[in-house]
Design a protein around this ligand. Structure first.
Ligand SMILES: [Zn+2]
Length: 430
């Protein structure tokens, strides 16, 4: 398969089961259900290299799956995140997955385990794999029949079952029911923060020339003031990029920010220093409230009550984001609106409607949401030319690295790799 690589999931289970079942308090008892979460996304690595990557986690390992050491790359395929490349990648593994799904796993001592598959990923990737229209289409949702022009409306209630109207292709994981598909809360956070930042910057750039002009009062332009404020809250990489021609309407763009930086901005950035009066305060609160929602999503040991509270808060948040202007009968404005209903994105719909239900499901299953996967990909892709010359391909190196990790694990050798892997996290862009 060219420069791609696959790892047999059955082979992996054969290797890992002795380790998972040993000891007084084993991860797996005989007859337990082995819960395997499949995750993936397509990512661009460097400027030209695209890979589609599928990862398996054994959820029974609980918190351990948070560490990349316990995340196994079962398929790495060069290609972009398109249905065609995904189909090729999935064809390599689907037979094995279907067998495991139908028959479970039996080891050499004739012990049997049922297998349950879960699926996660960023939205675009999940939609492609499940054969559903992407986030921009009319019926966009992975889990319900929500129509896109109603996405701001938090008064409706939707069952958390299935999108029956936006299905365009056969699912590449046909045995999966939607109940087992959970979207990745990290991508959700990143995309929602993107919207908040965009709304904020574009508001300040309504007159793009004024945005860059030094004001006599402060002796500094709004643009510079934002950059300096970013520095002050610890975001050292933030810079605006000038438009090609500086005109009143040509907008400045800004450097892409990494996940941790985005979180820090919504937690700490003093919006009210840039937008005066109540509006500035309200937007600042909106950012902070989203930060707290995200923190709750990531918290461990949530109770039923916490989740109900989260659900109410998330709905309130979307409502506040798209709050309309309130006027009295005489036309006097009582409360200014914040943003437009059309600014509400599909991700906000997921936040308010489905995340609470995902949380419920995870709680019932006693599972935790794993932290970001793919940390190790960056470790290898940094500065590697792939697929050419005599160099080993990244796919080969990753599998080789994982083989070592698995070897260390089953032979109880301590490794010094984990730290190296974790430091890679800070460099992750998404
Ligand atoms: Zn939905």
């Amino acid at each position: 398969m060219g420069n791609g690589s696959i790892r047999s999931l059955i082979g992996l289970l054969i290797t890992l089961i002795p380790d998972l079942t040993e000891g007084n308090n084993p991860v797996l008892y005989n007859n337990n259900i082995i819960k395997i979460k499949l995750g993936g996304d397509g990512q661009q690595v460097g400027r030209y290299n695209h890979h589609v990557m599928l990862i398996a986690y054994i959820l029974n390992e609980k918190d351990k799956v948070l560490s990349p050491k316990y995340q196994y790359c079962i398929c790495l395929y060069p290609g972009t995140e398109k249905y065609e490349s995904l189909t090729i990648a999935h064809n390599q593994i689907i037979e094995e997955l279907t067998t495991l799904y139908n028959n479970g796993f039996t080891n050499e001592n004739n012990n049997h385990w049922k297998i349950e598959f879960w699926f996660t990923g960023d939205w675009k990737y999940m939609a492609l794999v499940l054969g559903i229209n992407g986030p921009m289409s009319n019926y966009f949702c992975l889990r319900c029949d929500y129509y896109k022009n109603e996405r701001w409306d938090t008064s409706k209630s939707w069952s958390n079952i299935e999108n029956t109207k936006g299905k365009v292709r056969t699912s590449l994981l046909p045995f999966l029911t939607p109940k087992y598909c959970i979207s990745d809360e990290l991508h959700l956070m990143l995309r929602i923060v993107d919207v908040l930042l965009k709304c904020f910057f574009l508001e300040l750039m309504r007159d793009a020339l004024a945005f860059d002009i030094t004001t006599p009062q402060e002796n500094i332009s709004t643009r510079e003031k934002i950059e300096i404020t970013m520095q002050e809250i610890g975001i050292t990489t933030f810079k605006f990029i000038p438009p090609e021609k500086k005109t009143k309407t040509a907008k400045w763009s800004w450097h892409t920010l990494m996940g941790p930086a985005k979180l820090k901005i919504i937690e700490k950035f003093p919006v009210s220093k840039f937008i005066i009066d109540q509006r500035g305060k309200d937007i600042e609160n909106l950012w902070k409230d989203f930060y707290y929602l995200y923190c709750t999503m990531r918290r461990e040991n949530l109770t039923e009550e916490d989740i109900i509270q989260f659900s109410q808060d998330a709905c309130k948040w979307v409502k506040e984001f798209a709050r309309p202007t309130k006027k009295t009968k005489t036309g006097k404005i009582e409360q200014e609106g914040l943003y437009q209903r059309t600014d509400v994105t599909p991700y906000m719909h997921i936040l308010a409607f489905h995340i609470p239900l995902f949380m419920q499901e995870l709680l019932q299953q006693n599972l935790c949401i794993e932290k970001k996967n793919h940390k190790h990909v960056r470790l290898f892709f940094g500065g590697i030319t792939m697929g050419g010359g005599t160099e080993q391909t990244a796919a080969y190196q990753i599998n080789n690295f994982e083989n070592q990790q698995i070897y260390f694990r089953i032979n109880k050798t301590s490794t010094s790799y984990s730290e190296k892997v974790l430091t890679a996290f800070d460099k992750i862009n998404e």
